[in-house]
Design a protein around this ligand. Structure first.
Ligand SMILES: Cc1cc2nc3c(=O)[nH]c(=O)nc-3n(C[C@H](O)[C@H](O)[C@H](O)COP(=O)(O)OP(=O)(O)OC[C@H]3O[C@@H](n4cnc5c(N)ncnc54)[C@H](O)[C@@H]3O)c2cc1C
Length: 389
């Protein structure tokens, strides 16, 4: 039993089916991911074929409706958490971000889209044949979603889209893009969701290089008089904002789980190193200050994990509260930040070398604290919901 498994053995939320799913995803990661992750990090993207193999292993369709090729029978939010946790083991956040972009790109279509759109888009995505991205953030600002500027003008049976998006995960490799556009007046009431497709004339993408998540392709998108069929509208016109907000809850829970898992990877590597490294004639771990670091990491991880599990239970019970997800995300990113720091400190110079899981995770702390709703925005959202005005 490893530090990774220890948690599930003690939590009342995990049963035999979760254990079986854990082993299934773990085998996939060991066989299909771990041997290649360094090469993918260097290449700056995941191979497209990985999506198909992940779909065959049941990972892509997990939790999505059976009618569109997913697997939902007997699946609860904890199975999804496990997928994230096991995909975190190689210590490369870009793997989860890019392999699982359908987790943020597809739900708005399934929740709001027409039956024809669902039937056309969901099955190939869930089979791993097509890749879908979610495009909300714009160069003018990501936090202030209600003021996004990309415009879609209705002309006959089409929308003409002009504007741009930035920081879009899987933005180069995607075939489909769930895009937030302004179809109405200012503010949240003028926003719609529209499906754009790779190859539409006037739609271009450029790669963005970044601090971490190297195996995840991130792009800026440009829309120059892109003609999009009106049938690609996702849900009613000017009703996209709620769809965006509902999507954020699932994304934040997943990110919080990812942070917990990456923090556990940090702890695992720090413990291994502290046991094997000899300093001043004895193992590093025999120093009380180092043992306290390790115990303190465990304290923060366990506290955060309890809250992650509680929120996952609330999703299953239909009692989810957005303020909880927002605060949980802050808690999780701060746990990761503290654990990445202490693990790097414990490993010393070894943590600074490329190839170490801790080195990679350390570089990925900020994207967790900024993406999917930054710390400041999360705290303010919760403060307002809690009536702290
Ligand atoms: C690697 C990566 C992948 C991403 N993937 C996607 C994706 O797939 N799709 C997508 O749509 N977006 C994506 N994003 C964008 C991400 O969601 C945004 O970066 C995030 O929402 C913050 O927006 P911003 O970067 O424009 O910062 P800004 O909104 O400009 O904010 C800058 C800073 O100011 C703070 N701030 C803003 N307003 C306030 C305020 N009122 N009070 C106090 N502080 C404030 C913010 O917290 C932040 O720290 C990704 C980002 C990264 C880095």
């Amino acid at each position: 039993m490893t530090l990774f498994d220890d948690w599930r053995a003690r939590s009342p939320f995990y049963s035999e089916t979760h254990e079986a799913w854990t082993m299934s995803v773990r085998r996939f990661v060991e066989r299909e991911v771990a041997p290649h992750i360094d090469a993918w990090e260097a290449a700056g993207e995941l191979p497209r074929d990985l999506h198909r193999r992940a779909a065959e292993a049941g990972i892509i369709g997990l939790g999505f409706p059976e009618a569109y090729g997913g697997v939902s029978e007997g699946i609860d939010p904890f199975h999804r958490l496990i997928t994230t946790e096991e995909l975190a083991r190689p210590g490369a956040g870009g793997l989860i971000a890019s392999l699982m972009t359908h987790g943020i790109g597809l739900p708005p279509i399934l929740a709001l889209g027409s039956e024809a759109l669902k039937q056309r888009i969901a099955p190939p995505v869930l089979a791993g044949e097509k890749i879908i991205a979610l495009a909300i953030t714009e160069p003018s600002g990501g936090s202030d979603v209600a003021n996004l500027r990309t415009r879609a003008e209705k002309r006959g049976n089409s929308y003409i889209v002009n504007g741009s998006k930035t920081f879009i995960t899987s933005g180069l490799r995607a075939d489909y893009y769930t895009v937030a556009v302004r179809t109405g007046g200012p503010g949240m009431g003028g926003i719609s969701l529209l499906l754009l497709e790779k190859g539409m004339p006037g739609f271009t993408q450029t790669r963005l290089d970044k601090m971490g998540w190297h195996c995840s392709d991130t792009a800026a998108l440009y829309f120059d008089d892109v003609e999009v069929p009106a049938d690609n509208l996702i849900g009613p016109e000017n009703a996209g904002f709620m769809g965006i907000m509902q999507n954020f809850n699932g994304e934040r829970l997943g990110m919080a789980m990812g942070c917990c898992a990456f923090a556990r990877v940090c702890l695992e590597d720090a413990v291994d190193w502290a046991r094997s490294r000899e300093v001043f004639g004895k193992p590093l771990i025999r120093n009380q200050s180092i043992r306290h670091k390790l115990a303190d990491m465990m304290r923060q991880i366990n506290a955060t994990q309890v809250w992650v599990d509680q929120c996952a239970w609330a999703v299953g019970a239909g009692k989810a509260n957005p303020a909880d997800f927002a605060l949980l995300k802050v808690q999780a990113t701060r746990t990761l930040e503290a654990c990445a720091r202490e693990a790097a400190q414990t490993l010393g110079g070894a943590s600074y070398l490329r190839g170490a899981r801790v080195e990679r995770i350390y570089r990925e702390v900020r994207v967790n604290a900024i993406g999917g709703g930054s710390e400041e925005i999360m705290l303010d959202l919760a403060a307002r919901q809690l009536g702290f005005a």
